[in-house]
Design a protein around this ligand. Structure first.
Ligand code: F6R
Length: 612
C-alpha cells in the first residue's frame, strides 16, 4: 500500500514521476503528490499534492510548471489520518522532503519528543515525524545520508522511504524495512520505486533493497549500505516485466484484461509440468524432493482471495495426496497460540508477496518451530518468497486490477501441481494417475477459454444483479471456496452485499434471508455432490428465491421458473473449481459495469496490503 517513485537525471523527471505514480496507483489511490528540486539560482523544494487520482495532481503540477532533474513522488492509501491534502505525501520539514510507505509504530513517542524540540505538526500522519527527525539530524550537522541512517534507527515499524534535501541537490537517499523498495539503474540517471512497473519505461535493471538497507542515489551511480551502515554490493537483476504487459490494450479495464489473460497465464504456470511430462518435485525448487517427502502435513496461510485458493487446495491435498491439511487466515493464525508440528510444511499463498499479515504469519510459524516453508507467489523477489525455503512462482504476469483474478486461478494451478507432487512422494499417486492428472491439466487453459466464451450470457444476468442490494452464493465441497470467491468479487467491485455458504448450511440460518429479492448464485457442477446441491436449491425455490446456476455441459439440469442456468464446458474433473471461477469473475465484472463503479480501483481498497 502506498507507492513511491524517485528519480535523478539530466532530463526533466516530472513525467517519469507522474507515469510511475500512475503505474503504482494500484497500491493506493486516495491522494498523491510530488516534490522536486527547484533551482533558480538558489535550490529549493517545490511540492504539489492533491486528494483523488494521480491525474488530478498531474494536471496541477503541469499548471504550476513543475520541471526538475530531481524529485520524489507518492500515491497514498490512508492509514494514519484521513484523506486530505495535508496528509498527502511528500511531507516537508524546512528544506527536506520525503515520501513513505509503511507504518511507524512509535510515531506518538517521536511526535512528543519533536514537539518538545519546537517542531509543529501540520498533518495527522505518522510520516511527518520522519521528516522532522531528518531535519533535526541535518540541523545537528549530519549529511543527508547520515541523517537518514540515524533517523531509521529511531523508528519502529515498517518503512520504505525516499528523501530529497535542498541542501544536497546532487542526490537523493532511500531506505527500506518491511516494505518493498528497489533502485533502478539507468544510463546517467537512476531511480527508486516500490516496484519495477513504475520505472520500466526508463530501465529494467534493478537492485532489490534488503531489509535495513539505505542507498545513496546519484546521477552517475548508486551506493547501497547494509543495516550496519557499511557499504554493500547487491545483485543487479534484469526484470522481465515489459511495458506491453502493463498496457491496457483493447480492454476497458485491467480486471477485464486479466480475466481474459487466464488461458495464457494458466498455460505459462503449467508449462514446466507439461514440458517435464509429469510432476517432478523440482517444480518447487532443487531441494523440494528432500523437503516434501519428509513432511507429514500441510498448514496453509494466506489472506483474501489467496486464502480461498488455499481452501480449495485442502480438498485436493487431503483427497489426492492423502496428507492432512489445515488452512487459516494469516491475520488470525499470527495471534493464536497455534500448536506447531515441525513435520508440517507451512505454505503461504500471496499474489503480491508482500502482504503484511501473511509475512508476519510466516515469521510466527518459524518462531513456533516450523522449519519447512513454501511460498506460492506471483511477484519475483518479493518479501514472502525471499523468506521461504521453497518457492513456486505463478506466472500470471503483473496483476493491476485491485480485485484478484488471474492470480487466483494460477495459484490454483500451482497448488494442484503441489498436490500431485506430494501425492507421488507419499505413495498416493501412481504413474497412471500422474499421467491422468497431467492430461487434465493440459486441457485446463482450453476449458477456461470456453468458459470465457460465455461472457455475453453472464453479462445479461449482470443487468439484473445490478439492481439488487444483496446476493447469496452457494457451493459444496471443492466449489464452496469458489462460492466464497464469487461473493468476495461481487462485494469488492460492485458494493453489493454478498455472502457465501456451503449449500448444506443454508437451512441452519441463512435461509431466513431468502425471498424474491435475494438472488442466489449456485456453483453446481456435475460432481458427486450435484444431487445434494439440487436439494438445497429446492429449499431456496420453496421460499421464492431466484436461482442463478452455473453448471456443466454434461449435467442433467434444466431451466425452470425462477431457475436460470448457464453451462460451462464439459465437467473438468478435479480442476473444475478453476473453470467455475471464470463465470463468477465475469458476473462481478459485468455487474460493476452496469452499476458504474470503478472496477479497477474499488473504493477504500488497495492492491497490496502492507499494513495490519
Ligand atoms: C481480493 C484480493 C485480496 C487479496 C488479499 C491477499 O480480490 O485481491 O483479497 O487476495 O489481499 O493479497 P496477496 O495475495 O497479495 O497476499
Amino acid at each position: 500500500m502506498c507507492g513511491i517513485v524517485g528519480a535523478i537525471a539530466d532530463r526533466d523527471v516530472v513525467p517519469v514521476l507522474i507515469e510511475g505514480l500512475k503505474r503504482l496507483e494500484y497500491r493506493g489511490y486516495d491522494s498523491s503528490g510530488i516534490a522536486v528540486l527547484h533551482d533558480a539560482g538558489q535550490p529549493d523544494i517545490r511540492r504539489v499534492r492533491r486528494t483523488g487520482r494521480v491525474s488530478e495532481m498531474a494536471t496541477a503540477a503541469a499548471a504550476e510548471g513543475f520541471d526538475s532533474v530531481l524529485g520524489i513522488g507518492h500515491t497514498r492509501w490512508a492509514t494514519h489520518g484521513g484523506v486530505t491534502e495535508a496528509n498527502a505525501h511528500p511531507h516537508i520539514s524546512d528544506g527536506v522532503a520525503l515520501v513513505h510507505n509503511g507504518i511507524i509504530e512509535n510515531h506518538e513517542e517521536q511526535r512528543e519528543k519533536l514537539r518538545a524540540l519546537g517542531y509543529a505538526f501540520e498533518s495527522q500522519t505518522d510520516t511527518e515525524v520522519i521528516a522532522h527527525l531528518m531535519h533535526h539530524h541535518l540541523k545537528g550537522g549530519d549529511s543527508l545520508l547520515g541523517a537518514l541512517q540515524r533517523t531509521v534507527k529511531e523508528l519502529t515499524g515498517a518503512y520504505a522511504l525516499a528523501v530529497i534535501s535542498r541542501a544536497e541537490p546532487e542526490h537523493f537517499v532511500c531506505a527500506r524495512m518491511g516494505c518493498p523498495l528497489l533502485v533502478g539503474l539507468g544510463e546517467g540517471e537512476n531511480f527508486v520505486a516500490s516496484d519495477v512497473s513504475a520505472i520500466v519505461s526508463s530501465t529494467r535493471r534493478v537492485i532489490f533493497l534488503e531489509e535495513g538497507d539505505t542507498a545513496d542515489v546519484r546521477r552517475d551511480g548508486v551506493q547501497v549500505y547494509g543495516h550496519d551502515d557499511a557499504p554493500v554490493q547487491r545483485d543487479v537483476h534484469l526484470s522481465d516485466v515489459s511495458l506491453a504487459s502493463l498496457e491496457l490494450g483493447p480492454y476497458r479495464h485491467y480486471m477485464q484484461k486479466e480475466i481474459h489473460e487466464q488461458p495464457r497465464a494458466l498455460g505459462d504456470t503449467i508449462e514446466a509440468a507439461i514440458d517435464a511430462g509429469g510432476f517432478p518435485a523440482e517444480l518447487f525448487g532443487k531441494d523440494a524432493e528432500a523437503v516434501l517427502s519428509g513432511i507429514e502435513g500441510i498448514q496453509i496461510l494466506a489472506c483474501g482471495t489467496s486464502y480461498y485458493a488455499g481452501l480449495t487446495a485442502r480438498y485436493w491435498i487431503e483427497s489426492i495426496a492423502g496428507l492432512p491439511c489445515s488452512v487459516e487466515i494469516a491475520s488470525e493464525y499470527r495471534y493464536r497460540a497455534a500448536h506447531a508440528n515441525p513435520k508440517h510444511l507451512i505454505v503461504t499463498i500471496s499474489q503480491s508477496g508482500e502482504t503484511l499479515d501473511t509475512m508476519e504469519a510466516l515469521k510466527y510459524a518459524k518462531s513456533l518451530g516450523h522449519t519447512h516453508t513454501l511460498s506460492i507467489c506471483n511477484v519475483p523477489e518479493s518479501a514472502i518468497p525471499r523468506a521461504s525455503e521453497l518457492v513456486c512462482y505463478t506466472r500470471a504476469g503483473a496483476e493491476i486490477g485491485v480485485a484478484s483474478t488471474k492470480a487466483f486461478t494460477t495459484q490454483l494451478a500451482a497448488l494442484f501441481q503441489l498436490t500431485v507432487v506430494l501425492g507421488k512422494l507419499h505413495g498416493h499417486v501412481d504413474a497412471a494417475q500422474e499421467a491422468d492428472y497431467l492430461e487434465q491439466l493440459r486441457f485446463l487453459p482450453g476449458s477456461v477459454q470456453h468458459a470465457l466464451n460465455m461472457e455475453p450470457q453472464i453479462a445479461a444476468w449482470a443487468e439484473r444483479f445490478a439492481r439488487k442490494s444483496s446476493a447469496l452464493f452457494l457451493g459444496r465441497g471443492l466449489h464452496y471456496p469458489i462460492a466464497l470467491e464469487g461473493a468476495l468479487k461481487l462485494k469488492e467491485i460492485t458494493y453489493i452485499h454478498a455472502e457465501a455458504y456451503p449449500a448444506g448450511e443454508l437451512k441452519h440460518g441463512p435461509l431466513a434471508l431468502v425471498d424474491e429479492d435475494m438472488p442466489v448464485v449456485v456453483i453446481a457442477p456435475n460432481d458427486s455432490l450435484l444431487e445434494k446441491v439440487k436439494s438445497n436449491m429446492q429449499e431456496v425455490r420453496a421460499r421464492g428465491g431466484e436461482l442463478f446456476v452455473f453448471t456443466d455441459q454434461d449435467s442433467n439440469f434444466n431451466e425452470s421458473e425462477g431457475v436460470h442456468v448457464i453451462r460451462t464446458p464439459r465437467h473438468a474433473g478435479v480442476l473444475s473449481p478453476v473453470v467455475h471461477t471464470i463465470p463468477v469473475q465475469l458476473l462481478a465484472y459485468h455487474t460493476a459495469l452496469a452499476r458504474g463503479t470503478d472496477v479497477d480501483k474499488p473504493r477504500n481498497l488497495a492492491k497490496s496490503v502492507t499494513v495490519e
